[in-house]
Design a protein around this ligand. Structure first.
Ligand code: ARG
Length: 588
């Protein structure tokens, strides 16, 4: 369905032309004076200079031409030259009824589906998921779902950090602890054990221990670097240890992401790019894209128009090892080859923006990625604690994601228990669902690039701009609809009616924005706009709810109109939270 703004703009464009003005001035915006009108056009002011006419004269002439409008009533020209507009009630009801009949609620899928890869999650194998990975997972999942919703072919790839120095560290530490294991016997030629020589718990202790040691002990560090190099060059025993690390770690990661309702289509990682590196490096050298600088192999990416210095993209260290940029470039080769994407969206901490700038430029210059493929880096800010510093546990450690989730769910359970009439099992279940909304909405309602404060008390509140408030509103609607049906009435034949009062009309206008909001959020990769929308929608609904007798309404047609509006509000809210990656319980 066409967006309501576009429908108004079409009529407005005709009116501008009929009055002898350029239709380019026919721009519509939401009213910034909702007490006076619903939509407005400021084009008369913009055109005044070109036509050397007082804006109010233009506004009057255009308004006159809108008298017979299909969708507008009460068009008025207001000093100094605003055109104020209200939608006809019948037109609104008709639009809403078309929304009800449409499975997608009036959202038009793209006519040209693109193949989009969303590179998010970015977990590093053998290191526990911590809060720093939370944002990538939450935002990435939302972007992926939104792109799918718009009709694109989307692949979410976790792009595991599974090949670097941390692997060498773990191998070194394991070898020190259990030197007798076959992986470390150079003359061993049998099969390696199927069972990993460690549990996930041990693995998570081994890594920080090894990392700490390497910082203190230069010899240990050199060993770990050597182990990394040997692993990358195909050392049989080390590869087998690596496989164990992967298996144990990935299983744990899957569990964790699952509990966040985050699902990847591809579980590829840095290691998958390795096969592409030798040829890539060889070509970069042969075709003159890369040159040796201080022993390292680099690609210059500075451009004439740059106002600051952009350091070259390093693709091979002086000791021969590859780097973060190398894997990202090689991964691009693999992605172009396997999926030929039209767009790749990367999610990572915004402090990685220089890295992505270098990689993107190098990829373009060297022809790894053609012009037609859009590369986008969506850098996010830091999640801070109430003290304004990066979020930590009470004793100052890195907060494990699992513990963070558990803390929120606990808090939720306490709140639910306060006014609880449900049994323990349902309460637990509900606390999980509502807790997820608290975490995700708390994150997504901020512009991604900004830092934000993770405030457990605020995020879990049932009032204010929070996930639980949105869910509470949906549950309220569900409960009314259930009661309505319990009276033996059906939801199938409800139809929106021309609004009976201002509260009802306001809610209708909010519901109608749905397709516009989704489209804009996708174009701008701005999930916070969906949050802002559902907050407005929930508020507008609650105002309507408090002023309207719905179930007690005796006029059947009128009541059906109300119920239709409730059904639409619920569907719009649910569609939005589904994109954001959470859901509503039946009761709370
Ligand atoms: N593993 C990286 C980190 O923890 C994030 C990966 C982001 N994606 C990428 N293709 N570089 O910082």
């Amino acid at each position: 369905m066409k967006k309501i703004m576009d429908l108004i703009a079409e009529e407005l464009a005709e009116a501008f032309e009929a009055a002898g003005y350029d239709k380019a001035y026919a721009k519509v915006t939401l009213s910034n004076r909702p007490d006076l009108c619903e939509y407005q056009c400021n084009g008369a002011m913009a055109g005044a200079k070109a036509y050397r006419k007082a804006p109010i004269m233009i506004a009057n002439e255009v308004s006159d031409r809108l008298r017979g409008s299909q969708c507008l009533e009460e068009v008025s020209a207001v000093n100094p030259g605003f055109i104020n507009m209200k939608l006809k009630k019948e037109y609104v009801a008709d639009y809403l009824n078309r929304m009800i009949a449409d499975e997608e609620l009036g959202l038009e899928k793209t006519e040209k589906p693109k193949t989009v890869i969303v590179d998010y999650g970015g977990a590093n194998v053998a290191k526990p998921l911590h809060v720093g990975h939370l944002r990538s997972a939450i935002i990435g999942e939302g972007i992926k779902r939104l792109a799918k919703k718009m009709g694109h072919k989307v692949l979410g790839d976790i792009h595991l950090g599974d090949w670097g120095y941390q692997m060498g560290l773990i191998i070194t530490e394991l070898r020190e602890r259990k030197p007798k294991l076959p992986y470390f016997q150079e003359d061993y030629s049998g099969e390696y054990p199927k069972e990993a020589p460690f549990t996930i718990g041990e693995l998570e202790e081994i890594y920080p221990t090894a990392s700490g040691k390497a910082k203190e002990d230069e010899e240990y560090r050199r060993e770990a670097l050597e182990a990394t190099r040997l692993l990358q060059n195909g050392h049989k025993g080390y590869r087998a240890v690596w496989r164990h690390i992967m298996d144990v770690s990935v299983e744990d990661l899957k569990k964790n992401y699952e509990s966040l309702n985050v699902h990847f289509d591809l579980w590829k990682g840095e290691s998958d790019a390795q096969d592409y590196i030798p040829d890539m490096i060889e070509r970069m050298e042969r075709e003159g894209y890369a040159h040796i600088d201080d022993g390292a192999l680099v690609i210059d990416v500075q451009q004439e128009t740059d106002t600051k210095e952009i350091p070259p993209c390093m693709i091979r260290k002086s000791d021969g090892a590859s780097l973060y940029g190398t894997t990202d470039l090689a991964t691009l080769i693999q992605r172009m080859q396997d999926y030929d994407p039209d767009q790749i969206i990367y999610l990572a901490d915004k402090r990685q923006d220089l890295h992505f700038l270098q990689v993107f430029r190098a990829a373009r210059m060297t022809g790894i990625v053609p012009e037609k493929t859009r590369l986008e880096f969506l850098g996010f800010g830091t999640m801070n604690g109430k003290d304004g510093k990066p979020f930590k546990t009470r004793d100052g450690g890195v907060m494990r994601l699992e513990n963070l989730i558990a803390e929120i769910v606990d808090e939720m359970l306490k709140k639910i228990a306060e006014n609880r009439t449900v049994d323990q099992e349902e309460a637990d279940q509900t606390a999980k669902i509502v807790g997820m909304s608290a975490i995700k909405y708390g994150d997504l309602s901020n512009q991604a690039s900004k830092d934000y404060v993770f405030d457990v008390d605020r995020f879990t509140s049932f009032e204010g701009n929070t996930g639980p408030y949105i869910l509470y509103t949906i549950v309220r609607i569900k409960s009314i609809l259930n009661k309505y049906q319990a009276e033996g009435k059906s939801l199938d034949d409800v139809r929106a009616e021309p609004a009976h009062d201002d509260n009802e009309k306001a809610l209708m206008l909010e519901v109608m924005k749905y397709n516009d909001v989704m489209e804009t959020a996708f174009e701008e990769l701005a999930l916070h706009k969906i949050c802002a929308y559902i907050y407005d929608l929930a508020n507008t609904f609650n105002r309507f709810y408090h002023e309207t007798k719905i179930l007690a309404e005796e006029d059947e047609t009128k009541q059906k109109g109300y119920i239709a509006l409730l059904v639409l509000t619920k569907r719009a809210l649910e569609a939005c939270i589904d994109v954001l990656g959470f859901e509503a319980p039946e009761r709370m």
